[in-house]
Design a protein around this ligand. Sequence first.
Ligand code: DOR
Ligand code: ZN
Length: 346
Amino acid sequence: MTESLTLRRPDDWHLHLRDGAMLRAVLPETTRHFARAIIMPNLVPPVVTAAEARAYRDRILAVLPEGAEFTPLMTLYLTEATDPEDLAEAHAAGLVTAVKLYPAGATTNSAQGVRDFDKVRPVLERMAEIGCPLCVHGEVVDSDIDIFDREAVFIDRVLDPIRRATPGLRVVMEHITTAEGVDYVRANETDLGATITTHHLIINRNHILVGGIKPHYYCLPVAKREAHRLALRAAATSGDARFFLGTDSAPHTDAMKETACGCAGCFTATNTMALLAHVFEEDGALDRLEGFVSLNGPAFYGLPVNDATLTLRKGEAAVFPGRIDTADGPVTVFDPGFPVHWHVDP
Ligand code: DOR
Ligand code: ZN
């Protein structure tokens, strides 16, 4: 039985850090284990221009914990007014790693996202030319589409047409939640990858709804039925390099989650690595954990893997903090609902 596991230091290819007091409180939860993260731009107001990305990056670097070695990889929030030249310059300068596409209305702070995909065609074409990846929140927002079908419909109606119209555009399907998402990635050899969250490997929709509503399990895309969770587990643990970790760790205060209209987001930064070791061990794939968390993402983004390492050790049942305190109020840490025996070495 494996009792310890040393990996190249992992990266998080999809992370929400927010700003101000929340940023200060949650940043150490990520920098403790991760060397880099793709930082989501859905602030209020969103990070749309290169200048805004630079300012946000500086705010993150200003509150890095003492001694932390962490590189925030910045993204721009795609709007119908995004300037292709501003983006191209920022990408060439290494300031911006990727662009994020939110369909308008799909999720938290997406109101300024894209309504008319034809309007962003010039930006997407420029991105294909310069090799800047597009990170996609893949859900349609049409009110007649059932929320559990929104990802599968997005693939057919939006994503596949965009990819066909923009050869060479590198796309990350973010936080995939369905077997259709897994199949679409598998069917496309080039220019396509997908991130998978920790929580979508652990919960299905029953966890949210059976025995009382669990606001801390509510996120977007919402967790689907069990067959989909199993498809995600199979993809993540398969060793297929097109799948990699993006936690989508998304802090909201308890007051914003435990209310009549609660925000979407699971906060998993604190315990993600221990939970993933549990999941991969359960599926007999501990030897593939490093690929998923440390190797496949850099390969997709064309970045070097990290030199530093991280060691996981198996022992007593781990006790994770239930909440992270912030000046805005407490943020509940994702509770997997089962004992976890993996610990990350300090
Ligand atoms: O659950 C989610 N939370 N999904 C998203 O797409 C956005 C995120 C957030 O910003 O809270
Ligand atoms: Zn997200």
